[in-house]
Ligand binder design. Sequence first.
Ligand code: AQP
Length: 332
Amino acid sequence: VPRVLSGIQPTAGSFHLGNYLGAVRQWVALQESHDAFYMVVDLHAITVPQDPAELRANTRLAVAQLLAAGLDPERCTLFVQSHVPEHAQLAWVMNCLTGFGEAARMTQFKDKSAKQGADRASVGLFTYPILQVADILLYQANEVPVGEDQRQHIELTRDLAERFNGRFGATFTLPKPYILKETAKIYDLQDPSIKMSKSASTPKGLVNLLDEPKTTAKKVKSAVTDTDTVIRFDAERKPGVSNLLTIYSTLTGTGIPALEERYEGKGYGALKTDLAEIMVEFVTPFKERTQQYLDDPETLDSILAKGAEKARAVAAETLAHTYDRVGFLPAK
Ligand code: AQP
């Protein structure tokens, strides 16, 4: 059975629609066909300053949301990154294999450090893609389900895996990105030229899954479209409408041509009203389920304990093999 691995940051408080449609939705589907490893990446979260109590709460909240979205601990391995120390250990080896210039070319780092001011950005933020490389290689993952913004990091993973294998002998599986074209990039509802993102979006353009459902409805209804009136998918000329059609189509399973037909001769108002309702139907039970998991911390902890144990069994084997390849003297 092929293996998949992916992770999500606990920082956002609530996942947004981009996280869900771009990544988490695929995670849920892939647990049926793959040996799936999914984690909440708290080590990545501290690349920017975090309040300790909030980080702990957000980590639980992220796990609760993943379960609410449909991850089933019987079908996948769900764990918290810091519970598996091998991530940081393999990351060090990978750091030593990466060129400084190579790391400096990562566009996510460039964007995120520019936002913080280059002097304030941490070295952790700089090497975060390399930690991601370790995350993936530890599990010998064949595929990594993510959004488009992560493609470059998966390419780096392949480069480093090849470099390591070339220098020390076959050790790591080369992973492929698993990025669905339709939902690779969900856009901000107010500015469809940028991706929906917790740090870059305007509050009105960012649909948080744990927002009050009526807030969500309002955001959808006030989404930016264009001065034309035709409901047609055209990502270049009609990015706002196309984004709404993508969201609508993915949440309902209706193809975009069928939607174009359904809304022929109708205005943007009709499309937005219907989509607002669909969104409310989606987020209302999601919010309830998330709360149910949060209300039962013992179950949550036991899921995470089992997940960490399963993850560590795989991670420890890869790390031991890697250490041996590198030439570290075995501890007796
Ligand atoms: N707009 C998006 N469209 C499609 N996929 C997206 N992802 C994020 N935004 C979109 C995918 O979600 C997964 C988890 O991403 P993350 O852990 O990086 O979560 P985040 O940092 O909270 O996401 P943001 O909003 O993108 O954060 P900032 O603003 O800090 O950069 C990934 O697979 C990602 O591709």
